[in-house]
Design a protein around this ligand. Structure first.
Ligand code: NAP
Ligand code: G4F
Length: 346
């Protein structure tokens, strides 16, 4: 088999960590691009990284930033990988309303920088773009497929839509293997701390152990199609192994509201919660009538994506992919991780 070399932009994120581990197991040499920060940002990949001087596996890190064309070009030229995975993004939808220009520079132009470098360096490099169900935004049909028209609702969604189309454009005009995943929300123990599932699981575990009193959220009634990141990185890899470049929806086909997700987490933790009130004044109480969840306008978005539910028929048919972990498996995995951390606290 030809030696496989992967280059991952966004290696320090949730998906970057799971994808690196997945590719190493498949025998790849994996190179990742990390940003320089004043604090360490590699906690998700510390278990696979070792100093180049005492190298244990084929995992290498390079400094870079996809807002920096020179760095992007130089890294791709130096590594000359067989596959590039662009997972790098300012990935928080709410934050994208506060820093729209930076979000666009990273999430839209970053993709262009990589694609342009591929055309100049080696047109045989395969390219994966991390697209998002956020591009469906104010959905025009249900469930959403590869053919559903887009209607993004945030600077993040609009930037990802640019990346989606520039990837198709480079595929069609430069004849390169460039594919889009349109991934619905996927979570895991390694999910960023400010995304809603992680916020809920972490807080309810801490509240149960009396280490926290209250959780404050925004909209309880938006619905999401949540899967497990472990399943989704396999789909990402399969997209680049397909016999031709194409675009794929990756999802579970099931949706739950934020409130339903909270109830499932509470049930798994054997915590009884009682809901009272309406709208922004809706609150959850524990057995002793302590308020443990409330809502605050601070966490509402200028424009919301109310409902997302995908259809993965194309991925099932063409990639032989389907999700293996359901919502309860996901929640159990996230809870186990948090409880373990809390035990380590002692
Ligand atoms: P994540 O945990 O937020 O990770 C994002 C990664 O991008 C991190 O490694 C981050 O580095 C890096 N990054 C951010 N700005 C960068 C820049 N300017 N230059 C280079 N690297 C930069 O996101 P994720 O959940 O793993 O998602 C991976 C990708 O899939 C993202 O593009 C996201 O938008 C997309 N996506 C995610 C989901 C989901 O539900 N998770 C669904 C659809 C699409 P630091 O660690 O230094 O911040
Ligand atoms: O967890 P979220 O922040 O995820 P969101 O906005 O759906 O975006 C995630 O999934 C996208 C795929 O569709 C990715 F492309 C994107 O990168 C990211 O990974 O919010 C989910 C829902 C929203 O409706 C939000 O309004 O939860 C609602 N929510 C309610 N309270 C909250 C909160 N979201 C956050 N982050 N924090 C809250 O306190």
């Amino acid at each position: 088999m030809k030696k496989k070399i992967a280059l991952i932009f966004g290696v320090t994120g949730q998906d970057g960590a799971y994808l690196s581990k997945f590719l190493l197991k498949k025998g790849y040499t994996v190179h990742g691009v990390k940003r320089r920060g004043s604090t360490l940002n590699t906690y998700r990949i510390d278990d696979i990284y070792s100093d180049p001087l005492i190298k244990k596996n084929k995992f290498y890190l390079h400094y870079g930033d996809i807002t920096d064309s020179i760095a992007v070009f130089n890294i791709i030229k130096k590594i000359n990988p067989s596959e590039i995975y662009n997972l790098a993004a300012q990935s928080h939808v709410a934050v994208s309303f506060e820093i729209p220009e930076y979000t666009t520079n990273t999430d839209a132009l970053g993709t262009l920088r990589i694609l342009e470098a591929i055309t100049k360096i080696n047109k045989k490099i395969k390219f994966y773009q991390a697209g998002s169900s956020e591009m469906f935004g104010k959905v025009v049909e249900r469930p959403q497929t590869e053919k559903t028209p887009f209607y993004p609702r945030s600077p993040y969604g609009v930037a990802k839509l640019y990346s989606h189309w520039i990837t198709i454009n480079y595929r069609e005009s430069h004849n390169i293997f460039a594919s889009n995943g349109i991934l619905f929300n996927h979570e895991s123990p390694l999910r960023g701390e400010t995304f809603v599932t992680k916020k809920i699981v972490k807080a309810l575990c801490r509240i149960k152990q009396k280490k926290q009193k209250k959780l404050i959220l925004g909209n309880l009634y938006s619905k999401r199609d949540w899967g497990h990141a472990i399943d989704y990185v396999e789909a990402i890899w399969k997209i680049l192994q397909h016999n031709r470049p194409d675009d794929f929806v990756i999802c579970t086909g099931k949706q739950y509201s934020i409130k339903q997700f909270i109830n499932l987490v509470a049930k798994n933790l054997k915590m009884k919660i009682i809901w009272r009130g309406k709208g922004i004044n809706e609150k959850a109480y524990d057995r002793e009538n302590n308020c443990i969840i409330e809502c605050n306008k601070k966490y509402l978005r200028p424009a919301e994506v109310d409902t997302l539910q995908g259809d993965y028929s194309k991925a099932r048919k063409k990639l032989n992919w389907k999700p293996k972990i359901g919502i309860n498996g996901l929640i159990k995995d996230m809870i186990a991780y948090e409880l373990n951390l809390l035990t380590d606290d002692y």
